[in-house]
Design a protein around this ligand. Structure first.
Ligand code: GLN
Length: 537
């Protein structure tokens, strides 16, 4: 095995403690010290990938540049590390089993009984090492989904245990737990942590570092006590206090010395403490905005902010650059009607229509587009949002009342959005959309060219339907212009209305590319347009 070091991040006591953010923060800190780092997620469910999951189940499906549909934690990894992840960074139990069963069917096991140990665990180990083969990293951080004690994640923990045994000095376990505060007695309770470490010990894993989520500061005594019960020196018991932004977590972990203790345990030189600039400046700007602006996010999963995670974070990144706090007014598209649109959107300085699938809530999206278009409110449509903008224009400007996307009505006489040619024979739903990064050529005389300052971009996609080029001439004559095309297939990727102050609709998902250190220009420009509109109105 190469010199790569592997850090396994497990969680105990409760779910949703922020393993993803802790993993991303450790990655950020090691990166700031000059190491190359990648972060991987092992998800214990049987779906091959989350692409077939409804956002109510697992929040947003994140898409990598190489077209993998992944858990939303990969979005955090990219936003923190400013470095792309790939298919290898996202592994599910389903994928592991599929690989092993395919091998069995091919006869690769030569008549042996195929078992969880060693065959499944071997396949897990192979997948962990795989992240650092094409491109070698100094550190691979592997976040193990679920909570210790779950039946589902046992094979992952077992595989990681074996790796630590087989590659002495190259692997480490960071375990994240929760220390509840009992208001009635005014005490922090460490028993759940002790139990969760015991549970981990039962699987043969001794954690090297403990990270304790807490709402109150942990005294030295508590750290010592936890350390003593869990066989860990108190220096390696790290406090992770609740913070008002996830982006402050790397700074807090630096102060706590999490990265330094990891390096020491690997017997690597700790060296100088990184300043963590320009990250620090970003956090400062994000926390101390000089202005605010309210923007409507119109979608059908608004009660669940995880469904639009990357979009929400893109506003944070771009907002900080402009020292502007973007207040997102989440509008449920199913509740939006012509009668209440003024009331619902009237106080918003920009309207974003979100991506989505299926016809539920789509009529509210048409209402939102029409409102923004007719009232000169900055409009940003993403994927389904772009398709809604096209349908709305066909209905209300071209006069094709029954225009639609064939996703919503297969028999529409005006299929201005239609299924892509290569999607027509597709029967399997998983991993079969147009996925990942595709090139797009931008026309020079366009708003998007001014924003991107280049004609050649690559953006990520996740869809089956597209603009129907049969209608392009009519659209352009009436004032909606295609300004971005895929140079190889001629698919329309960007639509604009030049007579409108800011109307940009894109078939791709710019939000997957926005990071703390590289906010997306479209989001920045959209917020800028909303601020300009606010000044005028
Ligand atoms: N449902 C639309 C399509 O498949 C849009 C997808 C999306 O918004 N991601 O083309």
């Amino acid at each position: 095995m190469s010199k790569t070091k592997f850090i396994f991040v497990t969680g105990g006591v409760a779910s949703s403690l922020g393993k993803g953010i802790i993993s991303a923060s450790v990655g950020k800190l090691l990166q700031a010290r000059g190491y190359s780092v990648t972060i991987q997620k092992l998800d214990p469910y049987l779906n091959i990938d989350p692409g077939t999951l409804n956002p109510y189940e697992h929040g947003e499906c994140y898409v990598t540049i190489d077209g993998a549909e992944t858990d939303l934690d990969l979005g955090h990894y990219e936003r923190f590390l400013n470095y792309p992840t790939t298919q290898a960074n996202s592994v599910t139990t389903g994928r592991i089993y599929r690989n092993v069963i395919e091998k069995e069917r091919r006869g690769d096991f030569l008549g042996k009984t195929v078992q969880i140990i060693p065959h499944i665990t071997d396949e897990i180990k192979r997948n962990i090492k795989l992240v650092s083969t094409k491109e070698q990293f100094d550190f691979v951080i592997t976040e193990i989904g679920g909570t210790v004690g779950d039946i589902e994640s046992l094979p992952f923990i077992e595989a990681a245990r074996q790796m630590k045994w087989e590659h002495e000095g190259q692997c480490m376990f960071v375990h994240l737990t929760f220390v509840p505060y009992l208001a009635a007695s005014g005490e922090l309770k460490t028993k759940p942590t002790q139990h969760s470490v015991k549970q981990l010990l039962e699987t043969g894993v001794q954690p090297d570092v403990l990270v304790l989520r807490t709402e109150k500061p942990l005294s030295h005594d508590i750290k010592r006590k936890v350390g003593l019960f869990c066989n860990i020196d108190s220096e390696a018991v790290i406090e992770a206090r609740d913070l008002d932004t996830i982006y402050a977590v790397p700074l807090a972990m630096l102060d706590e010395g999490l990265d330094a203790i990891i390096l020491k345990k690997f017997k690597l030189k700790v060296g100088e403490t990184p300043t963590l600039e320009p990250w620090r400046t970003f956090v400062e700007k994000h926390k101390n905005p000089k202005q605010t602006v309210q923007i409507a996010l119109v979608g059908k999963y608004v009660e669940l902010s995880d469904a639009y995670k990357s979009i929400i974070e893109s506003f944070v990144h771009a907002g900080a650059t402009l020292e502007c706090k973007v207040i997102l007014k989440m509008i449920h598209s199913e509740t939006l009607t012509e009668e209440n649109v003024q009331e619902q959107l009237g106080d918003c300085k920009g309207v974003l229509v979100a991506p989505g699938f299926g016809s539920r809530g789509v009529s509210g999206k048409f209402v939102a587009v029409q409102y923004a278009r007719e009232n000169n409110v900055p409009f940003f449509g993403i994927c389904l949002g772009m398709q809604c903008a096209v349908v709305e224009f066909a209905r209300n400007v071209l006069g094709y009342e029954q225009a639609n996307s064939t996703e919503m009505n297969r028999k529409t006489p005006y299929p201005v959005i239609d299924i892509m040619e290569d999607q027509k024979g597709v029967l399997e739903m998983g991993g079969t959309m147009r996925l990942g990064g595709f090139p797009c050529e931008i026309k020079k005389r366009s708003l998007t060219y001014k924003i991107y300052k280049t004609t050649d971009i690559v953006e990520r996609h996740r869809h089956r339907y597209e603009f129907n080029n049969k209608y392009l001439e009519e659209f352009e004559k009436a004032g909606m212009i295609a300004t971005g095309f895929n140079p190889n297939t001629n698919l329309v990727e960007i639509m604009e209305i030049p007579s409108h102050p800011w109307f940009v609709a894109v078939q791709f998902h710019p939000e997957y590319r926005s990071t703390v250190l590289a906010p997306h220009p479209l989001f920045e420009a959209f917020i800028g347009a909303a601020l300009a509109y606010a000044k005028k109105s």
